[in-house]
Design a protein around this ligand. Structure first.
Ligand code: ATP
Ligand code: MG
Length: 349
């Protein structure tokens, strides 16, 4: 689902990479195009048409570019491109959002932090995506004693905590075998239960070290010494904030992938960045976040960590060769187009 803005340009490259890396491996992917976002509104009058929903539910995985653009800003809310994204997330029941924050050593200068703090950073934030204060009932704005008051409800049940916990521990098994569960258990009951359930889940993963951190401290530690973390697992609201914070440690939005998973092994894979309307159609967008999302697709929806690693190491190689799209280019580098970056990746694979 290419979507809007730079979406078509970057997904085109990611599809080429998926074809190249799976060639001769016995895994043969069948690509079904789908309309979403503004592109779907233009073609079918709705940002998440029924045909797109049906295709998504039948597929093993969805690769998505990005949605949105200024030309859609005046549409009624239910017709805006972003509703397409909310629609597909809820249709697929995607409860786990995985966002790695990786700083390739070749790009250490692009972070605003000192390179010794962030060079080689490789952490994974696992955010619960369908619970907490974002969805809890009751909610609303009411009048109490003549004043308006807003209220929200945060709740989590054991099943919701356990399933996100398992995603985090499974991911840690494939990485550095450390999980830090972030909560506010000194203040919130949801966090008290969260902590209890995480400890219970951890018993099934004796190789993984579990630690706990209050969210305020976690925000501080992420800036002070982010390399202490491997996998961070946290609830919806805390994860929203911490994952954006972690992405800025790396300084290069064009490099950051994401995955959102459900309990059937299906996933939605998309770059962490948006549709970048300011550079759309110019052939200068960085396709690597989408290509790395395609690597996550192979890892999490097809169980092919081996192929994912081949893509990730090819990304390392193109950076080593000095190839840079404009967003990550400094004066000594060679600026290349979206297409040329894809060509170089295909050549390596
Ligand atoms: P959204 O609300 O959809 O997250 P946004 O308004 O936060 O979108 P982006 O679309 O992510 O913003 O763009 C933010 C800035 O980053 C823009 O200047 C854009 O050109 C740049 N940018 C985003 N993605 C890329 C990319 N893949 N390659 C190069 N530059 C990018
Ligand atoms: Mg944004």
């Amino acid at each position: 689902m290419p979507g809007d803005g730079i979406g078509p340009e970057i997904t085109e490259q990611a599809v080429r990479i998926l074809e190249a890396v799976t060639e001769g491996t016995g895994l043969s992917l069948n690509f079904i195009p789908g309309l979403i976002g503004g592109a779907a509104y233009d073609a079918a009058g709705h940002p998440f048409p029924d045909a797109t929903r049906d295709a998504a539910l039948k597929a093993d995985a969805v690769l998505l570019g990005a949605v949105g653009g200024p030309q859609y800003d005046n549409l009624d809310r239910p017709l805006r491109p972003e509703r397409g994204l909310l629609g597909i997330r809820s249709a697929m029941g995607l409860f786990a959002n995985l966002r790695p924050a990786i700083l390739y050593p070749q790009l250490a200068d692009s972070s605003s932090l000192k390179s010794e703090v962030v060079a080689g950073l490789d952490i994974l934030i696992v955010r619960e995506l369908t619970g907490g204060a974002y969805f809890g009932q009751p909610r609303g704005i009411r009048v109490v004693d003549g004043q308006r008051e807003g209220f929200n409800t945060m709740h989590y049940n054991e099943m919701e905590i356990e399933r996100i916990g398992r995603v985090a521990f499974e991911a840690a098994m494939q990485r550095g075998r450390k999980v830090c569960s972030v909560d506010k258990a000194n203040v919130l009951e949801t966090s008290e239960l969260w902590r209890e359930v995480m400890i219970r889940v951890s018993k099934d993963y004796p190789e993984v070290e579990l630690s706990h951190m209050y969210v305020d401290n976690a925000a501080m530690q992420l800036v002070r010494w982010p390399k202490q973390f491997d996998v961070i697992v946290t609830e919806n609201l805390f994860g929203d904030i911490l994952s954006d914070q972690a992405s800025m440690l790396t300084g290069s939005i064009g490099m950051l992938p994401s995955a959102s998973l459900n309990d059937k092994g299906q996933g939605l894979y998309e770059p962490s960045h948006g549709s970048a309307p300011d550079i759309a159609g110019q052939g200068i967008a960085n396709p690597l976040a989408t290509i790395l999302s395609a690597a996550m697709l192979l890892r999490y929806s097809f169980g092919r960590a081996d192929l994912a690693q081949r893509i990730e190491s090819a990304v390392n190689d193109v950076l080593e060769q000095g190839l840079r799209t404009r967003d990550i280019c400094t004066k000594n580098d060679q600026e290349v187009s979206t297409q040329a970056m894809g060509d170089a990746m295909v050549a390596i694979l």
